[in-house]
Design a protein around this ligand. Structure first.
Ligand SMILES: [Zn+2]
Length: 227
């Protein structure tokens, strides 16, 4: 007896691939390379990124070599199908998701797209935040994944492989969107050293604040750059 319903017998099986790593590790570049590879093989592709990140053009992603790639900027994933239209969604083979840590409905979307709809979903996002805690739902989809790729950057202090994202300012909210002005990739040693410096600087600044107001963030940055 055929285990697969006849209406689904022609449908290709879905896949989930996850690309993680710290900031500046080339996650978006890796995602675009995979998406373009699929596109060049004649598959229908779409790219979704978070509308929270407005550092770049919201309707396109630009690679380092200047290739402009159209994409959907959205605050959630589950509305994508409706926004795109049922016919266009049906024809899609591959869906890329960038900045995946910002999507709260990542798990449900990946389940539906890969399990029910037979899509290949390629997800890129931060696995950890600046305190190396799980960021958003990215780690939740690891059990759904066919493959997981953890990319590394170069430590900005010593040039060794960097696994972590270090925040250069005192700001403590988890979602603080920025680039090299706020963050740098670091190896384990310089992550630990940097945290020590930031904490020491914060203690000093807090004691000084009792006497007068100071521009605390620039002093912390100075302390960090003196590592
Ligand atoms: Zn280092």
């Amino acid at each position: 007896m055929d285990r697969v319903g006849s209406s689904h017998s022609q449908r290709v099986s879905g896949e989930v691939h996850v690309i993680i790593g710290p900031m500046f590790a080339g996650k978006t570049t890796c995602l675009l390379r995979r998406i373009m590879f699929e596109g060049n093989n004649g598959r229908n592709i779409a790219l979704i990124k978070s509308s929270k990140d407005t550092r770049y053009a919201t309707d396109s992603v630009v690679t380092h070599d200047g290739v402009k790639f159209p994409c959907w900027a959205s605050s959630d994933l589950m509305s994508f199908r409706q926004k795109l239209g049922e016919d266009a969604y049906e024809k899609l083979d591959v869906i890329g998701i960038d900045e995946a840590q910002f999507f709260e409905d990542l798990y449900d979307f990946c389940c539906e797209a890969a399990d029910q709809d037979g899509k290949t979903v390629i997800v890129a996002g931060l696995d950890g935040d600046y305190l190396r805690r799980s960021f958003g739902s990215v780690l939740d989809i690891i059990p759904l994944a066919d493959t997981i790729t953890k990319l590394t950057a170069r430590c900005e202090v010593c040039g060794k492989r960097a696994f972590f994202t270090f925040r250069k300012t005192e700001e403590t909210k988890t979602e603080l969107i920025g680039g090299a002005d706020l963050y740098m990739p670091v190896c384990r040693q310089h992550y630990v050293n940097g945290q020590t410096v930031v904490e020491a600087a914060r203690t000093v600044l807090e004691s000084r604040k009792l006497h007068h107001q100071t521009d605390s963030s620039s002093q912390v940055e100075a302390a960090v750059s003196a590592l």
